[in-house]
Design a protein around this ligand. Structure first.
Ligand SMILES: O=C(CO)[C@@H](O)[C@H](O)COP(=O)(O)O
Ligand SMILES: [Fe+2]
Length: 221
């Protein structure tokens, strides 16, 4: 298991996205793109046309986190325009198995996202349908929120399940991940770390990525 650091451009300058991505391209693994529709979450960010453009300007693959009301309708299109990974939310998807299969069929990794108050158990049988499980460590919608430690037992359970079933599913944490909290996430079993504020709020985003990776790996990721 090697730690993977996914800076979130939610905390970057939206008018300079390609340059902001280039800042971290030598050090990060993927770029996390938060798609919000102002319905599933009370915030509005960007959508398909921006992702389609950014794919062409990014040296790293894009991890699209869809915080939208109708992922069944939209998710495959993100894969079709070149996203490397597309995550839908369990709380929003009406036909998650069909949608996850459609994402994979369009050539992307398929992710399932779960909010802090949503239990893992109803979705355990979907683990065989996904390439990544996203456990939100804040309520989705905004960057810069405080990390919710109450999610850590769920991270531990998810890691045990993935291990006991011998699955190659990546376990992602997203929200409030920083130099102060990343070790707890890694100890609990996460191996993919999204960080917005901790990277783009830093004076040197590339150095912030290196620090996060060092801390995660020292804690066992
Ligand atoms: O999906 C989300 C927020 O809903 C995240 O990806 C945030 O962008 C993480 O930002 P920080 O909490 O790391 O600042
Ligand atoms: Fe996100």
């Amino acid at each position: 298991m090697a730690a993977k650091i996914f800076p979130s451009i939610l905390s970057a300058d939206f008018a300079r996205l390609a340059e902001e991505v280039a800042l971290i391209s030598d050090d990060a693994d993927w770029v996390h793109v938060d798609v919000m529709d102002n319905h599933f979450v009370p915030n509005l960010t960007l959508g398909l046309p921006v992702v389609e453009s950014l794919v062409k300007h990014s040296a790293l693959p894009l991890d699209c986190h869809l915080m939208i009301e109708d992922p069944d309708r939209w998710a495959p299109a993100y894969a079709e325009v070149g996203a490397g990974s597309v995550t839908i939310h369990a709380e929003a998807a009406k036909a998650p198995i069909r949608t996850l299969r459609a994402i994979r069929a369009a050539g992307a990794r398929a992710g399932l996202g779960i909010n802090p108050a949503t239990p893992l158990e109803p979705y355990e049988e979907l683990l065989g349908e996904i390439d990544m499980l996203l456990l939100m460590t804040v309520e989705p919608g905004f960057g810069g929120q405080k990390f919710l430690d109450l999610v850590l037992p769920k991270v531990r359970r998810a890691r045990q399940l993935i291990k006991s079933r011998d699955l190659a599913v990546w376990l992602q944490v997203d929200g409030g991940v920083s130099a102060e909290t990343i070790e707890r996430c890694a100890e609990a079993g996460a191996d993919v770390f999204v960080a917005g504020n901790a990277v783009y709020g830093a004076d040197d985003p590339a150095e912030a990525v290196r620090l996060l990776r060092a801390k995660a790996e020292a804690a066992g990721a």
